[in-house]
Design a binder for this molecule. Structure first.
Ligand SMILES: C=C(O[C@@H]1C=C(C(=O)O)C=C[C@H]1O)C(=O)O
Length: 189
């Protein structure tokens, strides 16, 4: 088959995947609404395990599909955190930390600030993401990581935040890290 023809097929598959992805995200929105009603949490590791378990094979297609679905679920959670925050549903502890970072950035002469996030990821990822997942998500959304330190079970990630607008645009990302870590502290350095 001609390369052009195969690429047309790929485009058609991409169109279908885009439609399915959007459908899945709509379902995820409905789940978020239901969770908001019952004050339930976004991340459900047991459910995610069930999702993987439906595709248990050892073939490359199955293994790669599980990795793909992993990313899809990460984005699905990110989307749900957006819905939670959009409805003002945010943990007080996070809000306090976020506000003090905001104030500190406001009080600076320059807009260029570094925010240090000290967190403890769950080694078994029962609570959420591993540090590798977190770095991957930070990278996905264009957050610049300027330092990374491992201190026992804790990790310190320093990120560049150029002003309060930049902070606001990263709020959801930081909230996701907060919700999916065992401990979380962020401050301007
Ligand atoms: C959609 C849900 O929320 C989260 C996202 C999931 C998904 O995208 O499949 C699965 C479990 C949760 O971590 C859910 O709880 O079903």
């Amino acid at each position: 088959m001609e390369l052009d023809q195969i690429r047309k097929q790929i485009n058609a598959v991409d169109d279908a995947m885009h439609r399915y992805f959007t459908d899945r995200l709509r379902c995820s929105e409905d789940v978020a609404e239901a969770k908001l009603q019952t004050q339930d949490s976004v991340y459900k590791p047991e459910r995610e395990k069930q999702v993987y378990a439906r595709f248990p094979g050892d073939a490359d297609e199955e293994k790669l599909y599980r990795l793909y679905v992993r990313k899809v679920m990460q984005l699905s959670r990110y989307h749900q955190y957006g819905i939670f925050l959009g409805k003002g549903n945010v943990d007080t502890e996070f809000e306090t930390q976020y506000r003090s970072v905001q104030t500190a950035i406001n009080e600076r002469d320059t807009t260029d600030a570094s925010v240090k996030i000290e967190l403890t990821p769950d080694p078994q990822a029962e609570q959420g993401m591993s540090i590798q997942d977190m770095l991957s998500v930070l990278g996905d959304f264009g957050t610049e990581v300027t330092a990374l330190q491992y201190e026992g079970s804790k990790v310190s990630v320093t990120v560049r935040v150029s002003g309060t607008d930049a902070l606001e645009s990263q709020r959801r990302l930081f909230y996701m890290l907060y919700k999916e870590s065992v401990t979380y502290k962020m401050y301007v350095v």
